[in-house]
Design a protein around this ligand. Structure first.
Ligand SMILES: NC(=O)c1ccc[n+]([C@@H]2O[C@H](COP(=O)([O-])OP(=O)(O)OC[C@H]3O[C@@H](n4cnc5c(N)ncnc54)[C@H](O)[C@@H]3O)[C@@H](O)[C@H]2O)c1
Length: 272
């Protein structure tokens, strides 16, 4: 059983939303030090100040930034027991898009860097250290979109699927090294990211608070479960998807059509 008490923990995207709630939950669980890493330095400092943590500015899409984050944390505070790759962006949402392949390369590249390569860099620079120590833990915040799909967001959906694929491989490859992996896959969570897009199917089972999601994440880590589903309904959707993929695609297409209609009406209403 993984215990956070007395451990050094890093959380990326820790300045706001789910990341901030994770930092606060780890502090309450008596982590020895929580390192709040974010591209928003002032935000990271504010969160760190409230929890006796440390703040480090970092763009998780850049390998040298992740390397620096890991080296500095271990130099100042000791071995990282738990690394949470949580930073994410909601780029490219367009429910009225005429073409799922139409999203710009810039959005695709940024989503890939932040949602997938950031997790790869964390593993690249921590696995050798963790192997020497006989273990370690990665918690990657992904999304139910990585297991199902996020309508209107091809780049978000595909890169979150990529993140699930990498986490599976990471867990399989390093089980024998004592290295554990969990993926945190909620639907709607009441954060700035969710508020930046119109209400849609991701909120169909209700939006959770970041604090609720952080509590579930902590419980999932303690139990060392691979998939952490703060919305338990997601397990049923996964089952339906694998049971009959074609029926699932048809059902999702119907929901998307309704969403387009609702959003189109909203937008027209707004323009009148
Ligand atoms: N809010 C939701 O409904 C929801 C649902 C499922 C999954 N998620 C995922 O949860 C994670 C956290 O999202 P949130 O809702 O808390 O969003 P948020 O926008 O509230 O917070 C994201 C944080 O990440 C930081 N960040 C963004 N790009 C970064 C970068 N390149 N380097 C370092 N930090 C960066 C931001 O500055 C911000 O502090 C994301 O991976 C997101 O995809 C969110």
């Amino acid at each position: 059983m993984m215990q956070v008490a007395g451990k050094v923990v890093v959380v990326t995207g820790g300045a706001r939303g789910i990341g901030r709630a994770l930092c606060e939950a780890f502090h309450r669980a008596d982590a020895a030090k929580v390192v709040v890493a974010d591209i928003d330095e002032a935000g990271a400092r504010a969160v760190a100040a409230a929890i006796d943590g440390a703040a480090l500015q970092c763009d998780v899409g850049r390998e040298q930034d992740i390397r620096h984050l890991i080296e500095e944390t271990e130099r100042q505070f000791g071995p990282i027991a738990l690394f949470c790759s949580n930073a994410g962006i909601g780029g490219g949402f367009d429910p009225l898009s005429e073409n799922a392949g139409g999203t710009s390369d810039e959005v695709w590249a940024r989503s890939w860097a932040i949602h997938v390569m950031a997790h790869v860099y964390a593993a690249r620079h921590l696995i050798p250290r963790m192997k020497v120590r006989g273990g370690g833990y990665f918690l990657n915040t992904i999304s139910a979109a990585g297991l199902l799909s996020q309508m209107g967001s091809p780049a978000y959906s595909a890169t979150k699927h990529g993140a699930v694929g990498f986490a599976e491989n990471l867990a399989i490859s390093h089980k024998a090294d004592g290295i554990k992996v969990s993926i945190l896959c909620p639907q709607g969570v009441d954060t700035d990211m969710l508020r930046s897009i119109p209400k849609g199917p991701q909120s169909g089972d209700g939006d959770l608070t970041p604090e609720q999601v952080a509590r579930d994440a902590l419980a999932g880590i303690e139990q060392e479960t691979f998939v952490i589903l703060p919305h338990p309904q997601v397990l049923g959707y996964m089952r339906r998807k694998t049971e009959n993929y074609d029926r699932w695609i048809s059902g999702m297409a119907k929901i998307q059509a309704r969403m387009r209609e609702a959003y189109g009406t909203q937008r027209k209403g707004g323009m009148d």
